[in-house]
Design a protein. Structure first.
Length: 86
């Protein structure tokens, strides 16, 4: 992963009280019990943490943390990421 994944782990564990043992690259928003409101809040917190705009509409229940990491890395690096994260 990249430096983004530890930030995701910190946000999920501190803000959303997700046990660190459950925060794996293959974990999905659904497996972490992130409902639509939590995903929207997560997008805001991640924007503040990494400085990358993350539209909650790009996240889905089956979005993996690995997919999210790659999406954020691409946006932070100025690449054109796909419109949704998987």
């Amino acid at each position: 992963m990249s430096a983004i994944h530890p930030t995701i782990t910190e946000v999920l564990s501190r803000t959303f009280r997700v046990p660190v043992a459950e925060i794996l690259p293959e974990s999905t928003m659904d497996s972490l019990d992130m409902d639509s409101l939590a995903v929207a809040e997560f997008a805001v917190v991640m924007r503040e943490a990494v400085g990358v705009e993350l539209d909650p509409g790009t996240l889905h229940r089956d979005t993996t943390l690995a997919g999210l990491t790659e999406f954020l890395r691409a946006k932070a690096g100025g690449e054109a990421p796909v419109s949704t994260v998987r």
